[in-house]
Design a protein around this ligand. Structure first.
Ligand code: THU
Length: 130
């Protein structure tokens, strides 16, 4: 699936973000191994550290809906800026993805850049290491 197709889904999710503290609104859209799409937004909390990232809530949706593996994920934040996943979200993508997982970011010029989880989190601590 082209990242362009995921963009309106991630935008719709970002519109639902609950981010009154940072006012930084994030949306994520996942394609799973069955071709199903799941989305998520960030959900902050007055107890700041327990806020949830968009990628994390999208993964929760995928699991809830029976998806097993992230094939693609698009992450969008502030328009005109890329929103690379935070360290914790890279770990979450590594847990629920594989070497072929495509991580798409919207670039400043409205294009998309695509990377693998190994590029974003080399030598990850992975279930296979347990
Ligand atoms: N955020 C995400 O949702 N995903 C990321 O990968 C980066 C950061 C959220 C967390 C917080 O609600 C806001 O963006 C500012 O850090």
């Amino acid at each position: 699936m082209k990242p362009e197709k995921l963009l309106p889904i991630a935008e719709k999710a970002r519109n639902m973000a609950y981010a009154p503290y940072s006012e930084f609104y994030v949306g994520a859209a996942i394609v799973d191994e069955q071709g199903n799409i799941h989305s998520g937004c960030n959900v902050e909390n007055a107890a700041y550290p327990i806020g949830c990232c968009a990628e994390q809530s999208a993964v929760a949706q995928m699991i809830l809906n029976g998806g097993k593996s992230i094939k693609q994920i698009l992450i969008i934040g502030k328009p005109g800026n890329t929103c690379p996943p935070c360290g914790a979200c890279r770990q979450i993508i590594a847990e629920h993805g594989d070497a072929s997982t495509q991580i798409h970011l919207e670039t400043a010029d409205g294009q998309f850049s695509t990377q693998s989880i190994d590029e974003l989190l080399p030598n990850a601590f992975h279930p296979s290491k347990l």
